[in-house]
Design a protein around this ligand. Structure first.
Ligand SMILES: C[S@@+](CC[C@H](N)C(=O)[O-])C[C@H]1O[C@@H](n2cnc3c(N)ncnc32)[C@H](O)[C@@H]1O
Length: 237
């Protein structure tokens, strides 16, 4: 019921603004579960958790995060699109529990203030449609906002860059290659887990990262995607 309504709102907004949305449908509940796995797996003794969701759209993943909130947790939801922001506020007032724990922020991720202020960042940003400079800015914001032992989770549509590349012009192919290099560097250096979600349109790959260890910005150095072996990968769902 909610998913149908959510799809209608999503598609309406997509027609106006594909450039910043970058998906054809809201995420499935299987993808939502994989995206919130670190929250589920967190130790029961963990003190109140500070969570940031980025690019919530109509709330397909927000609902699952809210279900996983414990007493004392705080969830900030950042969404650049005004209409989606209004829709999320409406949902918050009606069908979501724990709403005092949730705050909707209408802004781009890059403008969210603070340093090391989130234990979990769950991002749905469509990195593969962004210019490579913006992808660097997004990862710089993740690095700034994430606490030292924090977890960053984000998804990409599986093989999307490889599938698109043969059908686009040279400029676009170079952009995809650069984006792949940036994302691949972070995945190679920091990934501790990965889920492949087939039950989503299109199928998606979820990356779980901990941005600890070597100097974080070192990972942003361009490395071609083909040199990207990853740690900790498994197929789920
Ligand atoms: C692929 S959609 C995901 C929507 C939803 N989370 C889902 O999984 O169905 C990406 C969302 O990111 C939002 N977005 C794009 N750029 C953003 C930015 N710089 N900061 C915050 N949100 C952004 C878009 O408006 C869109 O709602």
């Amino acid at each position: 019921m909610w998913y149908g309504q959510s799809c209608a709102n999503f598609v309406r907004e997509l027609r106006r603004n594909f450039g910043a949305i970058g998906a054809v449908l809201p995420s499935s509940r299987f993808l939502a579960r994989a995206m919130t796995k670190p929250l589920k797996d967190g130790k029961p003794t963990e003190p109140s958790r500070r969570i940031l969701e980025v690019g919530a759209g109509t709330g397909a993943i927000t609902g699952e995060i809210v279900r996983r909130l414990r007493d004392g947790d705080r969830l900030d939801v950042v969404e650049i699109n005004q209409r989606f922001g209004d829709l999320l506020k409406e949902r918050l007032g009606s069908d979501w529990l724990n709403s005092p724990q949730v705050r909707i922020i209408h802004a781009p991720l890059e403008e969210v203030p603070g340093d090391a202020c989130y234990d979990y960042i769950i991002s749905c940003l469509p990195l593969n449609i962004f210019p490579s400079l913006q992808v660097r800015r997004v990862f710089a914001a993740f690095e700034r906002l994430l606490a030292p032992e924090g977890t960053l989770t984000f998804f990409e549509y599986t093989w999307i860059r490889q599938l698109k590349s043969p059908f686009v012009n040279r400029r676009e192919r170079r952009r995809l290659h650069r984006v792949g290099g940036i994302v691949g560097s972070y995945v190679r250096n920091y990934q501790f887990g990965c889920n492949h979600v087939l039950a989503n349109v299109p199928p998606a790959t979820v990356h779980h990262l901990q941005l600890t260890g070597k100097s974080r910005t070192e990972a942003a150095t361009f490395v071609p995607e083909s040199n990207t072996p990853v740690r900790g990968s498994n197929t789920a769902l």
